[in-house]
Design a protein around this ligand. Structure first.
Ligand SMILES: Nc1ncnc2c1ncn2[C@@H]1O[C@H](COP(=O)(O)OP(=O)(O)OP(=O)(O)O)[C@@H](O)[C@H]1O
Length: 260
């Protein structure tokens, strides 16, 4: 079941952000969306997640137009971790992760407490935040907090996980940790992941597909090694880069200078 975006157009305050944008996020894969600052990556993610209703074109979840899917049904299928997610003061990690179960409850249908508990424990286990379960989220370090928010998204037990810059503000070890968790949930649970990344080497290493967003649309999509080339970095980011092979035999891009 893929998430597809067809001829998407979004304007904000009379400014065209996305225009005639089409992209397909294939099932069971990790797609990295890359592109310059302000290109509209977050706007694309929010719109694909059903958080922005002001658009033209069509977003389909497994073939169904998301305009016809209820918010609750959507939240059971798709979770999004937006940039800079916040939480009310005093919220503990367990409470935060439990928010992920809201789509499965309502005032007239309390839900399945046992199932909710299992989902919360599972999500905290995958993201290794169990030891912080009773801590207030605001007392966690940046890396711990990011894992706690990831746990909340996972507690929704979605088929689609959309992550907006999940490694921002994290040190290199914690960046890799988040990328490893993403890889684990894709491989173990077949989750489809779409992630906005700024680090092109993370995209090279941890994505199955790359979609390049610039000039209001996705101009290229495909396997990382085919898309993330020295020529593409010059064209899209105006950066001259060298390409190396690291000790694992993987390609690494190293920015050298701006191309004027
Ligand atoms: N509520 C808003 N009001 C006015 N302009 C907005 C609003 N939301 C987004 N924009 C503009 O839309 C454009 C795209 O923003 P968006 O956050 O989607 O880009 P992005 O590619 O995710 O950027 P970045 O890489 O810097 O996070 C930007 O020029 C931004 O200023």
């Amino acid at each position: 079941m893929a998430l597809t975006v067809e001829k998407l157009g979004v304007s904000i305050a009379h400014k065209v952000i996305l225009h005639d944008l089409s992209v397909k996020f294939p099932s069971g894969k990790r797609t990295a969306v890359i592109g310059p600052n302000g290109a509209g990556k977050s706007t694309l993610l929010r719109t694909a997640a059903g958080l922005n209703s002001n658009y033209c074109g069509t977003v389909r979840l497994g073939g169904t137009d998301i305009r016809t899917i209820s918010r609750r049904a959507m939240a059971k299928k798709l979770a999004i971790l937006p940039q800079g997610a916040t939480v009310p003061a005093d919220t503990t990690v367990r409470q935060l992760v439990d928010y992920g179960r809201f789509p499965y409850r309502s005032w007239f249908r309390p839900g399945n407490a046992q199932k909710d508990r299992e989902a919360v424990e599972w999500a905290m286990g995958v993201t290794k935040v169990e030891q912080f379960a009773n801590r207030q989220v605001q007392t966690l370090s940046g890396g711990e907090r990011q894992r706690a928010f990831l746990a909340m998204a996972l507690a929704q037990q979605p088929e689609f996980l959309l992550l907006d810059e999940p490694t921002t503000y994290l040190d290199i070890a914690h960046q890799l940790e988040v990328m490893e968790i993403v890889t684990h949930i894709k491989e173990q649970y077949g989750m489809t992941v779409v992630m906005v990344l700024h680090d092109i080497n993370h995209a090279l290493q941890y994505a199955d597909e790359i979609a390049v967003l610039t000039d209001h649309k996705v101009i290229a999509q495909g396997a990382p090694r085919d898309i993330l080339t020295v020529d593409m970095l010059a064209k899209v980011f105006h950066v001259k880069a060298d390409i190396f092979t690291n000790s694992q035999g993987a390609a690494v891009l190293s920015p050298v200078e701006l191309v004027r």
